[in-house]
Design a protein around this ligand. Structure first.
Ligand code: FAD
Length: 513
């Protein structure tokens, strides 16, 4: 059937009921509503070869977070008289099959700027237009429409936060109308529909509480979290980044709303409005770029630049990315990825990434700087891949944007400013409690050696039940000499980039190696 009296609401991100313009439009004036989520095996299938649990593209923590978010969405839809229809397969093929089989006159889904979704949506929209099905695809994952900002800037994305903020103005308000019921689900014909699967039903082994992220997915959890945040007016009003303790893990120093924003369990416009409400009720508050509201603008900034920059996720062919002769040292990359660099501050952060899928912004700074321009001189794309897979808030635009930033490939160019893998963490956590928590092998190491355990006399290592080189690795590089060498290489690469206006040939890069 090409068209009929129903609407299909295709959930991908935007896993929420509140401020969801696509869902609202889908529900209006329709007899039947098909709320669909497609499980993409490419993203979700267990990968036996993956270096840790999960699929080739996503760590188990993120898959779990997504399933929890879907279960919460399903439960909210059920309260409104509907349910989530879960299907499996290549999403555009599944969608087109549903559109062919069901009586659908409206197809609604949130607009997505990510290249993966752009390609997918192109196929689905093409089919819909030939079949005479109306498509409604509003921008609601970001505060602003990146296309509008790029247009206002003469066709190119603004490359500084300040110019972005000037162009952006005020975002539109979130929808005020809350849905009280939804139309019935129509006949699903021969399409195979399931309930939201459990992690085991997807073929994964349950990792257990110990290994698992403490953050639970879903809109209900997101709204609860946001509510607690906005009730703490003083905290919101004085929020100032980059101040804040990256080693605080029992009570993180920031909101931890990123995974909820990533999956759209919370509307960024609603979050923005809540912050403005708090600001109206306090005498003084911080401002962008350091305020909490300023953080949301950073998010939109990276979305806009990412959308308007061809090859944003790579060095080659990316006109805003400095061409740098990074090395391909797999041994160093693996040591970093597997938390075996011998620098406890770095390794503890990488364990937190593996176990929780979330770390504080400055912790991300530390390990990204260490891998690239700070110590190991490994390509930022390799680190980006590890983050992309393991973060629960893994986000194409933000992750790539921040790796470009931290590696001094774009946006930020002060390559002489390097985070020390020893003194930076110590400043916040001299006793090393964060390290002791995520690297229990070092839990008995005395405070004076916790950041540099290789300097502890053997008698102390023996007493702490941790012999360096046996129970915990020796440092993979010596920070002082490695960082000096990195600075030298960066200076050389920058000089070459300057002469050639950013366009450096592959031969130049080979000569620099
Ligand atoms: P808060 O400080 O509470 O900020 C609120 C929200 O603002 C965040 O949830 C996020 O959506 C946004 N925000 C905050 N900082 C940034 C920033 N620097 N850039 C863009 N948006 C920001 N964030 C992701 O969401 N996904 C990623 O894949 C990601 N990869 C990163 C990789 C590197 C190398 C670095 C240095 C940072 C990365 N970030 C990423 C940005 C930032 O670290 C996280 O957004 C933040 O730590 C999430 O914690 P929070 O929600 O408590 O942040």
């Amino acid at each position: 059937m090409a068209s009929g009296s129903g609407s299909l609401m295709w959930f991908r991100k935007g896993l929420r009921i509140h401020d969801n313009p696509a869902l609202q439009y889908a529900a209006e004036g329709t007899k039947f509503l098909y709320p669909v989520f497609v499980i993409d095996p490419h993203y979700m299938e267990p990968d036996k070869n993956a270096f840790s649990l999960g699929s080739a593209r996503a760590g188990l923590n993120r898959i779990n977070f997504l399933l929890e978010s879907l279960a919460d969405l399903d439960s909210s839809l059920k309260k409104l008289g509907s349910r989530l229809l879960v299907l499996k397969g290549e999403p555009s093929e599944v969608l087109i099959r549903c559109l062919k089989e069901w009586e659908v006159e409206k197809l609604c889904f949130e607009y997505d700027t990510e290249p993966y979704y752009q390609a997918l949506d192109f196929k689905v929209k093409n089919y819909a237009s030939t079949a005479g099905i109306e498509v409604f695809s509003p921008v609601s994952h970001t505060l602003f429409n990146p296309t509008d900002i790029i247009q206002k800037n003469g066709g190119r994305p603004p490359l500084s936060y300040q110019s972005f903020v000037k162009l952006a103005g005020q975002p539109s308000s979130p929808l005020s109308h809350t849905l009280s019921s939804l139309p019935l689900v129509g006949d699903v014909g021969s399409c195979v529909i399931s309930e939201v699967p459990t992690i085991k039903e997807l073929g994964y082994v349950d990792i257990g509480q110990d290994e698992c992220s403490p953050f639970r997915g879903g809109e209900s959890e997101a709204l609860k979290r946001l509510n607690e945040i906005k009730n703490d007016k003083e905290w919101v009003a004085t929020f100032e980044k980059p101040k804040g303790n990256p080693s605080a893990f029992l009570r993180p120093a920031t909101t931890v709303l990123s995974p909820y924003l990533k999956f759209g369990c919370i509307s960024c416009r609603f979050f923005y409005q809540c912050l403005q409400d708090v600001y109206k009720n306090v005498k003084r508050h911080t401002s962008p770029p350091v305020s909490l509201l300023g953080q949301l603008l950073w998010r939109d900034f990276f979305y806009t630049v990412a959308f308007g920059t061809p090859n944003f996720d790579q060095m080659r062919g990316n006109r805003i990315c400095k061409q740098i002769p990074w090395n391909d040292d797999d041994e160093l990359l693996t040591a970093w990825r597997d938390a075996r660099t011998g620098y406890p501050w770095i390794d503890a952060i990488m364990v937190q990434l593996r176990k929780w899928g979330w770390m504080h912004h400055l912790a991300r700074h530390s390990v990204a700087c260490f891998l690239t321009r700070g110590d190991l001189f490994v390509h930022w794309e390799k680190g980006r891949d590890v983050f992309e897979r393991l973060l629960i808030d893994s986000d194409w635009a933000i992750n790539n944007g921040n790796w470009l930033w931290l590696s001094c490939s774009s946006f930020f160019y002060q390559y002489n400013r390097i985070y020390s893998p020893i003194s930076f963490g110590k400043k916040y956590d001299p006793n090393g409690d964060y390290i002791r928590h995520f690297l229990p092998i070092l839990k008995d190491m005395p405070r004076e050696y916790i950041y540099e355990p290789w300097t502890a006399p053997l008698s102390i290592q023996t007493k702490a039940k941790c012999i360096i080189g046996r129970d915990y690795p020796k440092p993979v590089v010596l920070h002082d000499s490695a960082s000096k060498e990195c600075r030298r290489k960066m200076a050389e690469a920058y000089a070459l980039n300057k002469d050639s206006n950013g366009m450096v040939s592959e031969e130049d890069i080979r000569n620099l190696r």
